[in-house]
Design a protein around this ligand. Structure first.
Ligand code: FES
Length: 134
């Protein structure tokens, strides 16, 4: 049994390791996968492919209960706003025990949007926006 707490909402979820259905975003059993399984909004603009930093979280407890950071995650994290010594990408961090993570304020649009989540999947490139056609 593992417990993951998501701050600042202070939502605690419990599950058997390896038993959650995979939600097709990020590594199976990752913090992102766990969040999606329990309906906790966590941005993941690149679909959990270690190609953005929108799933950036800060680990407050239980760092040793996450998979080791790999080189591609470390390289990507270097680009994250507000990087800390305890930062991880939720899509790459596989849960192996109890952890407490904080979703940074820049990744909390869902609080303001009453549960909505930004979908960047259909984002229009800047040069193609209406009124920007030249
Ligand atoms: S969702 Fe893009 S890096 Fe995690």
């Amino acid at each position: 049994m593992a417990k993951v707490t998501f701050l600042p909402a202070n939502v605690l979820v419990e599950f058997e390791l390896g038993q959650l259905p995979y939600r097709h975003h990020g590594k199976p059993g990752s913090l992102l996968d766990v969040a999606l399984n329990f309906g906790i909004p966590l941005e993941h603009a690149c679909g959990g492919n270690c190609a953005c930093t929108t799933c950036h979280v800060i680990v407050r407890q239980g760092e040793d209960n996450l998979s080791e950071i790999e080189e591609d995650e470390a390289d990507r994290l270097d680009l994250a706003a507000g990087l800390t010594l305890h930062s991880r990408l939720a899509c790459q961090s596989v849960v192996r025990g109890d952890v407490v993570v904080e979703i940074p304020s820049w990744n909390r649009n869902w609080v303001r949007e009453a549960g909505g989540s930004i979908n960047l999947g259909e984002a229009v490139p800047a040069g193609r926006r209406p009124g920007n056609e030249f």
